[in-house]
Design a protein around this ligand. Structure first.
Ligand code: PMP
Length: 443
């Protein structure tokens, strides 16, 4: 399989992938929170296969739900037809989402959920008689997906640079990043620094702004940059004051990752739109949802001649197998009290991370629930990063593989986001491997 993979498969971020993970591991099976390669080696899945396998792998209840649905119907279009799992899932998503998000538009992955939100927000203002509201505010360092629309609101130059001529212009505002900021946390100056620019943009240009899109609490692909408490609530307050839609991208943070079902809940924020994917099926199938309010949905109501149709729909939208997996996922959350069960796990990680923070080359540790970023520095006291050619993040992740743990680097930030199903002991064991790998590579 390794040879066929090399010959025929074009992996995402190919060159980077080779550099990070050579030799490529071919995963043949999985069990619980472990992946097993073709040679029988076992690895802890320390990134939940990119945020998705919340309950680990081969979760019996999800396996069974998919098999049961397979015996009924595997796929049917949502265009002019409905299906039972999609309808039931929509009802359950509305029940657990922030109050007021009453409508669910399905699509297939995080990028398309965001793309849908952007197009919906844009068209909404056309219907409301404010056609000049066409632009989006986004944060520097943001990542919302890889399609042309989502890259347009993205703020990571690497993803942007080549495609610039294809992209629409967004207004990028500075993103909070406490480690790299000189101000004391939670002071008036700190709060002002974070939202001053946003307030200026909104005051001056709100008549041209359709919406603001944000990754709540954590900018994931930027290297787990975290915003200070109160920031998201302030963004909500300002967008509401200036009549700009707030799109909260919970693709990464949704489904328990931050310690609550949705990151918005930490600041009691109800957005106008919320995008979901990744953990929605517990890591089984591609599925995504864009949730929105009755106010936005109703602006699209009318007969065909009124030209209010939202022209967007994918072949696999609302796929019954994926929705059955998502229903089983939510049932596990309820029955196993997953959110409550996170408290000791998050605390155990925090305690272990305090030790790791003492290592000579660990500059910053950022944790929100079971989202963890460990930023390495060549000179910790003066906050001097490693030069590009001596980058340590990838080597630490390579080293961790030798000890049976899959984690990934974003530059020199080591990313750890274990399945929520990991036990306290497993979390400690994985963090021990990380500590040992950092020591061996940086000292
Ligand atoms: N939004 C956020 C916040 C993400 O982290 C990601 C993926 N990492 C996406 C959108 C895109 O999701 P997908 O890869 O499923 O298209």
């Amino acid at each position: 399989a390794e040879l066929k993979d090399k010959q025929y498969v074009w992996h995402p971020f190919t060159q980077m992938q080779d550099w990070v993970s050579r030799p490529q591991k071919v995963i043949a099976a999985a069990s619980g929170i472990k992946l097993i390669d073709t040679e029988g080696n076992e690895f802890y899945d320390g990134v939940s296969s990119l945020w998705v396998n919340i309950h680990g792998h081969r979760k019996a209840e999800i396996d069974a739900a998919i098999i049961e649905q397979l015996g009924k119907v595997a796929h049917t279009t949502m265009l002019g037809l409905a299906n039972i799992p999609a309808a039931e899932l929509a009802e359950q998503l509305v029940a657990i989402a922030p109050t007021g998000l009453n409508k669910v538009f399905y699509s297939d992955d995080g990028s398309t959920a965001v793309e849908v939100a952007l197009k919906m927000a844009f068209q909404y203002w056309q219907h409301k008689g404010k056609p000049n509201k066409q632009k989006f505010i986004a944060l520097e360092h943001a990542y919302h997906g890889d399609t042309v629309g989502t890259v347009s609101v993205g703020g990571i130059d690497l993803f942007h640079r080549v495609f610039k001529p294809l992209l629409f212009t967004s207004v990028h505002i500075p993103a909070p990043s406490c480690y790299h900021c000189q101000l004391t946390l939670n002071t008036a100056a700190c709060r002002r620094q974070c939202t001053d620019r946003l307030e200026q943009v909104l005051a001056g240009h709100h008549e041209e702004i359709a919406g603001l899109i944000i990754e709540p609490l954590v900018q994931a692909a930027a290297g787990m940059l975290m915003s200070p408490p109160g920031y998201l609530a302030r963004v909500r307050e300002l967008t509401r004051r200036y009549g700009v839609l707030l799109i909260v991208d919970e693709v990464a943070t949704g489904f328990g990752r931050t310690g609550k079902m949705f990151a918005c809940e930490h600041e009691s924020v109800t957005p106008d739109m919320m995008t979901l994917s990744k953990g929605i099926t517990g890591g089984y199938m591609p599925l995504a949802a864009t949730m929105t309010t009755d106010e936005i949905y109703n602006a699209f109501m009318g007969d065909y001649t009124e030209k209010k149709t939202f022209y967007h729909g994918h072949s696999y939208t609302g796929n019954p197998l994926a929705c059955a997996a998502a229903l089983a996922n939510l049932k596990i959350f309820r029955e196993e009290k997953v959110i409550e069960g996170l408290i000791p796990k998050i605390a155990a990680a925090e305690a272990k991370l305090e030790q790791i923070a003492k290592l000579d080359h660990v500059g910053d540790i950022r944790q929100q629930g079971l989202i963890i970023g460990i930023e390495l520095m060549q000179d910790k006291s003066r906050k001097v990063p490693y030069p590009w050619e001596q980058a340590a993040g990838a080597s630490v992740c390579q080293q961790a593989r030798k000890y049976g743990l899959i984690i990934r680097p974003i530059g020199d930030v080591v990313i750890f986001m274990p399945p929520l199903a990991s036990t306290v002991e497993e979390i400690e064991e994985m963090l021990n491997i990380i500590e040992r790998s950092i020591r061996e590579i940086t000292q």
